[in-house]
Design a protein around this ligand. Sequence first.
Ligand SMILES: [Zn+2]
Length: 72
Amino acid sequence: MFWLWDRLTGDPDRVAEEMRAEDTARAPTDEDDAAPPALRCRVCGYEGAERFCPTCLAGTMVPIPLRDRTPR
Ligand SMILES: [Zn+2]
């Protein structure tokens, strides 16, 4: 229970920082069901889970590199 005491009596800025850190730790990963679409149209940039781009009506969807995914 020390963490509770620490939050009640500790420096508010530092406590808020710790809580933000915990939120980051709980953030969903790419393994999560709510992960962003992993495909992107190489022609128009549409992102989705479909193999065929609904805009181009063609099989132009390619996997999005992990480093290049849209940050949430
Ligand atoms: Zn497209």
